[in-house]
Design a protein around this ligand. Structure first.
Ligand SMILES: [Zn+2]
Length: 306
C-alpha cells in the first residue's frame, strides 16, 4: 500500500512565496485551508482512501477544530513542525523548542500521541541530519522529510529511496518514509506529488508511480497541499519561476487527484510503515515471534530439567 499524505498549511506558508509574504503578515491573511481540507476529505472518502495529514503547528493553534475534524474523518494526524522554517536554517535548540510546541499542541487537541513528522519543504538534508536525533528524543516513531534527489531547496541525493530505518548521528534509528522519485532515461523525476504532479502530464505521473510499485517493488509516498486544490486563492506577486511552480495547473489538480486515487491503493503513512514492520514497537513484536521454539523457556527463565 502506498502512503497518501497532505501537508496542512495555507498558500501563504509556502517557501516559494516567502520572499513576498512577511511572516508577521500571516495573521492578517485570509485562511482558506478549512474549505480546501473539507473538499479533500470528501474526495478521499469517495475513494475509501486513508491518509496522513501533517498539520502545521501555527495553523493547529488557530484552528484546533480542523485537527479534530481530520482525525474524526478516520485519518492520521501527524506533525508538520510549527513555523514552516526550513530545518537547516534553524539552530538545534530552536528546532527542538518549536517541534515540541507543535507536537504537544496536536496531542493535547487529539488526546493521543502523534507518531509522524515531516519538515517544511522536506528540509532534512545533509546539513540538518541532527534533527533526526531531536525527533527521536521528542518521541516520534517516524519521519518523512528526506527527498533522495537534487533540488534548490532540499534533497539528500543518494539517500536510501525505500522506506527503512535511518540512523541518526547518535547511532539510534527512526523509521523513514522518503519521498519518491521514478527514473526516466537515467534522470530521477519526483513524480509523487506537489508541483510535479500538477505540472507533468498525468500519463507520465502514472508511469512513474507504476514503475516504483511494480519494477522497484516498493510503495511510494504521495503528497499534496490543500491550496493545490484552490484555483481561487489570492495571486501573490513573485518571480516567474516561483509563479510557475505555485500556480501552474491548479484548476486541473482535483481531476488528477481523482485519477490517482482510482489508479493506486493508498493508506496512511503509519499503516504503510507498520505493514512493512518498520515501526519499532512492531519490530520488537516480530522479533519475539521469530524466536525458535526451543529457546522460548530460556526467555522466561525456566530451563528444561535434565
Ligand atoms: Zn509545508
Amino acid at each position: 500500500m502506498n502512503a497518501f499524505t497532505v501537508d496542512v498549511e495555507d498558500y501563504f506558508h509556502v517557501a516559494a512565496l516567502s520572499s513576498a509574504i512577511p511572516r508577521d503578515s500571516w495573521d492578517k491573511r485570509e485562511l482558506r485551508v478549512e474549505e480546501n481540507i473539507e473538499r479533500l476529505l470528501g474526495i478521499l472518502d469517495e475513494h475509501s482512501a486513508q491518509a496522513t495529514f501533517f498539520v502545521l503547528g501555527w495553523l493547529a493553534e488557530r484552528r484546533p477544530a480542523l485537527v479534530r475534524r481530520i482525525a474524526d474523518a478516520g485519518h492520521e494526524v501527524a506533525c508538520h513542525g510549527y513555523s514552516h522554517q526550513l530545518v537547516y536554517t534553524q539552530s538545534p535548540r530552536e528546532f527542538r523548542e518549536e517541534t515540541l510546541r507543535a507536537k504537544s499542541f496536536l496531542e493535547d487537541t487529539l488526546g493521543h500521541p502523534v507518531a509522524g513528522y515531516r519538515a517544511a519543504s522536506f528540509s532534512v538534508t545533509q546539513a540538518s541530519l541532527w534533527a533526526l536525533d531531536i525527533l527521536i528524543d521528542a518521541g516520534f516513531h517516524y519521519d518523512s522529510s528526506i527527498f533522495p534527489i537534487h533540488h534548490d531547496l532540499y534533497g539528500l541525493p543518494g539517500a536510501n529511496p525505500e522506506p527503512h530505518r535511518v540512523s541518526a548521528p547518535s547511532g539510534r534509528t527512526i523509521a523513514e518514509f522518503p519521498m519518491s522519485a521514478a527514473k526516466f532515461f537515467g534522470v530521477q523525476v519526483p513524480v509523487s506529488g506537489g508541483g510535479y504532479f500538477r505540472i507533468l502530464p498525468y500519463w507520465l505521473t502514472r508511469a512513474g508511480l507504476r514503475q516504483i510499485n511494480q519494477r522497484r517493488g516498493r510503495p511510494f509516498a504521495f503528497y499534496l497541499h490543500p491550496w493545490e486544490l484552490d484555483p481561487g486563492q489570492p495571486r501573490i506577486k513573485v518571480g516567474a519561476f516561483s509563479r510557475f511552480r505555485h500556480y501552474t495547473n491548479l484548476e486541473r489538480c482535483e481531476g488528477r487527484l481523482r485519477r490517482v486515487l482510482a489508479d493506486f491503493a493508498f493508506t496512511s503513512m503509519h499503516e504503510a510503515l507498520q505493514q512493512r514492520g518498520l515501526l519499532s514497537g512492531e519490530r520488537s513484536a516480530a522479533t519475539r515471534q521469530r524466536l525458535p521454539l526451543a529457546t522460548a523457556p530460556l526467555v522466561h527463565g525456566r530451563q528444561p530439567a535434565g
